[in-house]
Design a protein around this ligand. Structure first.
Ligand code: PMP
Length: 360
């Protein structure tokens, strides 16, 4: 059938229906060009306009200052785990805050290229807590501090920008970019894989302060060289062209909804709907600390593994999908990114209430 489901996937994730409809309408013949964006030369003026508009819309929406460059790169967020270290490690020293799986992976990748110090590791609290400023052990004389702003698997999110003792702050915003306004000027580098709030897989977006783009080291891969990619406006080679086009559609959709302030309002409302219910329930287990909770990923459990499995099975029968928690933590996870409508979360909540009644 043609029926679409409420898709709670952590990524790739549900896209706004309007975006899919526009992509469909433009699929065979993009604005009279006689071809799909998929078939277009990335050097054509038609594509260049898509590219430039996408960049301009992102700059406008996120209020990105003029002294920042926007790069559209291959390889998702993981490519940037290494690229950040290769480009920013001058002194060869960086501090990483480990608040979950992806920040750990970023630290492990960077450790291949320099001296990495773990400024905090949340493993003892099962990554249910985002460290306070006092808990961070940040060294002097480092190239940067790295954080993962929203932890997709554990469902935690930074609600403040840490003080890095003057070192540039590098943030992986893969799972919360565009979900709320951020003050870009407080970050040295922001990067994100596109397949959650920005569109589809295959694209990594990097927002970098110009003074951090330095002449590249001799022995690194050309696609990891920020200076080359900035000089060539991300077109040293064929960029992930279709993913950039979809990003443009998503950005226009966000702008039409009212921008990041409106996204934040909606996301606060959606997250509160689930979180308030989980807090008062004596059935569901929701251990993520207040103050560390993500508005994008809500990870919780039923009383036991069998019920977790039953929950997942019955949720699929009810027209929802991808509610199974990440294999590293089990339980249930609802990813409620920008494209998840309030009604989708309400629908899930009704299901959760019924499931609780039937299984308590
Ligand atoms: N960082 C975060 C916060 C993520 O959620 C993910 C993917 N789920 C990654 C990094 C890895 O991204 P990618 O698959 O685009 O390399």
């Amino acid at each position: 059938t043609n029926k679409r489901v409420y898709n709670f996937s952590a990524g790739p994730s549900q896209l706004p229906l309007e975006v899919l409809e526009t992509a469909r309408d433009q699929m065979l013949n993009y604005e009279g060009s006689g071809m799909s964006v998929m078939e277009m030369s990335h050097r054509s003026s038609t594509y260049q306009k898509i590219f430039d508009d996408t960049k301009a819309t992102l700059k406008r929406l996120m209020n990105i200052p003029d002294n920042y460059k926007i790069l559209f790169l291959h390889g998702g967020a993981t490519q940037q785990f290494g690229a950040v270290a290769l480009n920013l490690m001058d002194k060869g020293r960086a501090d990483y805050v480990v608040t979950g799986n992806f920040s750990k992976k970023a630290a492990q990748e960077a450790a291949k290229f320099g001296d990495v110090h773990i400024a905090y590791d949340g493993k003892d609290n099962n990554y249910t807590h985002i460290p306070t400023q006092d808990e961070l052990d940040i060294r002097d004389d480092i190239d940067y501090v790295h954080i993962c702003q929203n932890n997709t698997i554990y469902g935690t999110e930074w609600n403040y920008v840490p003080d890095t003792k003057g070192a540039p702050l590098v943030a992986d915003m893969s799972s919360d970019i565009l979900s709320r306004p951020v003050d870009v000027s407080r970050y040295g580098v922001i990067y994100a894989g596109a397949q959650k709030n920005m569109g589809i897989a295959g694209l990594g977006v990097v927002i970098i302060r110009e003074d951090l783009i330095k002449p590249h080291k001799e022995n690194i891969q050309v696609l990891a060289e920020y200076d080359t990619m900035a000089d060539k406006d991300s077109m040293y080679n064929t960029p992930p062209a279709y993913a950039i086009y979809v990003l443009g559609l998503v950005l226009k959709w966000v702008e039409k909804q009212g921008g990041l302030e409106e996204m934040e309002k909606r996301n606060i409302k959606k997250a509160a709907l689930l979180q308030d219910y989980l807090d008062q329930s004596d059935f569901y287990i929701y251990e993520t600390e207040k103050g560390s909770r993500s508005r994008m990923n809500v990870a919780f459990k039923t009383p036991n593994k069998d019920l977790d499995a039953k929950f997942v099975k019955e949720s699929i029968e009810a027209g929802m999908t991808n509610l199974k928690g990440h294999r590293a933590v089990g339980g249930i996870r609802a990813s409620i990114y920008n494209a998840m409508p309030y009604e989708g979360v309400e629908y899930l909540l009704q299901f959760m209430k019924k499931f609780e009644e039937e299984n308590r």
